[in-house]
Design a protein around this ligand. Structure first.
Ligand SMILES: Nc1ncnc2c1ncn2[C@@H]1O[C@H](COP(=O)(O)OP(=O)(O)O)[C@@H](O)[C@H]1O
Ligand SMILES: [Mg+2]
Length: 241
């Protein structure tokens, strides 16, 4: 059995009276890409935000590398190895591409200049356009380029677990393809474990090892990507087959 890097146990999250996450349990093994798919409002982003300490759980538990992280601050979790590229990218206006990447450095454990330079190079190899535009304002990039920057900023913190929220949102198919190739490479080449939230079930299952389908705050189906792709319930509703 592979080791769980992340274990979610009976997690409940509410906004006032709205139960956005209704007692879900799932796990991510070290080295995997796991996807959380489901339509708008299913509770996917709330789940990611609770893992990274932005939202508070009402009950249940979240453990990372075998220790409960419930109640920990977002900043501390980032330092401890959980990076979050949020829905909507959150590129900081007024900062260049390079400076936006630098923000990710603040969440990195102390490391030498050589190793930092190498990791910048890695990001510019994954996303050459960021290298070409490093002096340009991050805000002036296209949606796809901003998504690349958001992933790059998460990656420069050297996470062991990367949380990606809807990287395909609003992107043209060709750009989505490019971003997903990078996601695959970050997993295979850099060895980063990834929890990928997506409405685009087809793209997500294509790149992930396993997946969970969320509906109304609950997990309705789970399995390997092959199993989920073949499941009638998912094909009819989410894959348009
Ligand atoms: N800040 C908020 N305040 C109140 N309700 C919210 C807030 N954010 C999300 N919700 C509600 O929680 C539910 C889950 O939302 P969300 O986690 O964003 O779903 P998803 O990411 O799957 O689209 C939805 O019903 C949504 O309307
Ligand atoms: Mg969302």
């Amino acid at each position: 059995m592979s080791e769980n890097i992340l274990t979610i146990d009976n997690l409940v999250v509410k906004y006032g009276n709205i139960q956005a996450v209704a007692g879900i349990s799932f796990e991510v093994h070290r080295g995997e890409i796991v996807t959380l798919i489901g339509s708008n409002g299913a509770g996917k982003s709330t789940t990611l935000r609770t893992i990274s300490g932005i939202n508070k759980a009402v009950s249940g538990d979240i453990s990372f590398e075998g220790k409960s992280i419930l109640g920990m601050k977002t900043y501390q979790l980032a330092k401890d190895g959980i990076a979050h590229a949020p829905e909507g990218r959150h590129i900081i206006p007024g900062l260049s591409v390079e400076q936006n990447l630098e923000v990710g450095l603040t969440a990195r454990q102390k490391s030498g200049a050589d190793s930092i330079a190498k990791d910048y190079e890695r990001i510019y190899t994954l996303f050459p356009i960021l290298g070409e535009r490093k002096k340009q304002s991050g805000w002036s990039l296209s949606g796809g380029e901003q998504q690349m920057l958001s992933v790059g900023r998460a990656l420069i913190s050297k996470p062991r677990l990367l949380l990606l929220d809807e990287p395909s949102l609003g992107l043209a198919p060709k750009v989505t393809q490019q971003v997903f190739e990078a996601i695959s490479s970050i997993n295979q080449v850099d060895g980063v474990t990834i929890l990928l939230v997506e409405q685009n079930a087809f793209m997500a299952l294509n790149v992930a090892h396993r997946g969970y389908l969320m509906e109304n705050g609950e997990i309705r189906h789970s399995g390997t990507s092959e199993e989920l792709m073949a499941s009638a319930a998912i094909r009819d509703v989410y894959l348009g087959a």
